[in-house]
Ligand binder design. Structure first.
Ligand code: MF3
Ligand code: CO
Length: 263
């Protein structure tokens, strides 16, 4: 599909969607504590999105660009909650969080037909509850996301984002997940172009004002190879190593990147 440049009015709607995403992530941060279930966290996310006038975009999502809430294969929750060696797309349920776990929460919101998508990894009980290695992984993934965002300016190419993200992983010795990427975003949650978190042979398209992207590095403490669990959603590291995931939706502006998923 063609890569579109969004107008100021369209970006304003994505900013509203993005604000709701950021509010949800701030809200769940306070709820991530030992003993809380992932279903409870998801319920908070779902309720806040709807109260704010948004639609949880993950509900009814099948894959690629396909949506059909009636399809039995469709995702049915407002958020994905992935724990420890789970990288992305973990399904909320009865599981209770434990101190020191890496809890990655991903949420998508549609507001007046426009999308926002964001994620953060939290440590249950706060950074002090984790080993330094775990806290370092989480912090490096966040920094890599910010480095990728910094590369999203007119004149750069989409490939420069992956180069910036991967540089942090190479410098600090983390695995970079290659099987999943960031993406264009707008009227659809997933649009072209793909936004890899690593250097590719092709530099990709040249970034221009109005391009909107979800930049979302996934780092691991071990190998980068992924596997899909039997639930057909949860993506895990094959070697069982811990993973972290951060995501912001951004707009490329003449002055550089604007983060849309913020309060
Ligand atoms: N938000 C994810 C992404 O960053 C996709 C979620 S998949 C879903 O692209 F099934 F949960 F919706
Ligand atoms: Co995304």
């Amino acid at each position: 599909m063609a890569i579109t440049r969004k107008s100021q009015a369209e970006i304003a709607k994505m900013r509203s969607a993005g604000r709701i995403v950021a509010e949800v992530l701030a809200l769940v941060e306070g709820a991530i504590r030992p003993g809380a279930s992932t279903a409870e966290i998801n319920a908070l996310a779902d309720r806040h999105i709807r109260e704010a006038g948004g639609i949880p975009s993950f509900v009814g999502y099948i894959g690629g660009r396909r949506y059909n809430p009636d399809d039995p294969r469709a995702y049915r929750w407002a958020s994905c909650i992935s724990i420890d060696h789970e990288i992305v797309h973990g399904i909320p349920g009865d599981r209770e969080l434990r101190s020191g776990q890496v809890v990655s929460v991903d949420v998508g919101v549609i507001w007046q037909d426009w999308n926002g998508d964001g994620a953060r990894s939290f440590i249950c009980g706060g950074p002090e509850a984790a080993t330094p290695a775990t806290a370092g992984l989480v912090e490096a993934t966040r920094l890599a996301m910010m480095a990728g965002i910094g590369a999203a300016r007119p004149g750069n190419h989409v490939g420069d984002i992956g180069i910036a993200v991967e540089a942090i992983a190479l410098e600090r010795g983390y695995g970079v997940v290659r099987g999943y990427t960031g993406h264009g975003i707008g009227r659809d949650m997933h649009e072209d172009p793909a936004v890899p978190n690593f250097r590719t042979r092709d530099r990709g398209i040249r970034l221009e004002p109005g391009h909107c992207l979800a930049i979302e590095p996934m780092f691991t403490l071990g190998h980068e190879e992924t596997a899909l669990m039997p639930d057909r959603w949860t993506v895990v590291t094959v070697d069982g190593s811990l993973a972290a995931h951060f995501e912001h939706t951004i707009a490329v502006t003449p002055d550089g990147p604007e983060i849309l998923t913020r309060v």
